[in-house]
Design a protein around this ligand. Structure first.
Ligand code: HEC
Length: 179
């Protein structure tokens, strides 16, 4: 007879403990979510800024340069079908949305420090960035998410690329020497 209330109060106690554990867990979870969002928000903001001022959009966002940047952000950095033709062949700005989606942040930092893509990709500018800037750029592009199609494949110098492409003029002839 006396076992019943004791059993009952034990259950209540257990439920209270469970409640405390759950509330604590939820609190921790929410606080960490909040922090993560705050950090990501800052990184994304900085990455957006870098992609604008470092000129990544100029080539990697179709139509960006000629519209003075008037392209909706959801279409940014999806690469371009406009080829760049020169003595190196014809190159196409990569789809960075797909590119970053296939790399971890560490892999990106590694790539950015070692890659030497063909012209006119200004890779030395990317290499001059700090780890923090590279990381911000990565988080911004991952935040935009994968979208678009892969850019056309490189066309070797001895082959005719399909239009559209921009041609780099041949280098100027050497200056005449003074007599
Ligand atoms: C003047 C045009 C131009 C600008 C500006 C530019 N890129 Fe590129 N980018 C290219 C072209 C063209 C390619 C393809 C090169 C090739 O096929 O070798 C490329 C390729 C890349 C690749 C792929 C490299 C690989 O190994 O496949 C990455 C990553 C990249 N660019 C990042 C950037 C970032 C980040 C910025 C801004 C700091 C930027 N690009 C600015 C033209 C540009």
């Amino acid at each position: 007879m006396s076992g019943k209330p004791r059993h009952f109060s034990q259950r209540i106690k257990r439920m209270k403990t469970l409640k405390i554990v759950l509330t604590g867990g939820c609190l921790l979870f929410c606080v960490s979510l909040g922090l993560a969002e705050e950090i990501d928000g800052e990184l994304v903001k900085r990455g957006r800024y870098i992609s604008i001022i470092a000129g990544c959009n100029d080539c990697h966002t179709s139509g960006y340069l000629l519209s003075n940047g008037n392209v909706p952000e959801k279409d940014w950095l999806t690469g371009d079908i406009l080829g760049w033709r020169g003595p190196w062949g014809t190159t196409y700005p990569a789809n960075l949305r797909l590119y970053m989606n296939s790399l971890s942040e560490d892999q990106w930092l590694q790539v950015a420090r070692t890659f030497t893509p063909r012209p006119p990709m200004p890779w030395s500018n990317v290499r001059a960035m700090t780890d923090d800037d590279l990381s911000a750029l990565y988080h911004f592009i991952r935040y935009l998410g994968p979208a678009g199609e892969p850019a056309p494949t490189f066309v070797p110098p001895d082959q005719e690329p399909p239009p559209p492409y921009a041609t780099f003029p041949p280098p100027p002839p050497p200056m005449p020497k003074n007599p």
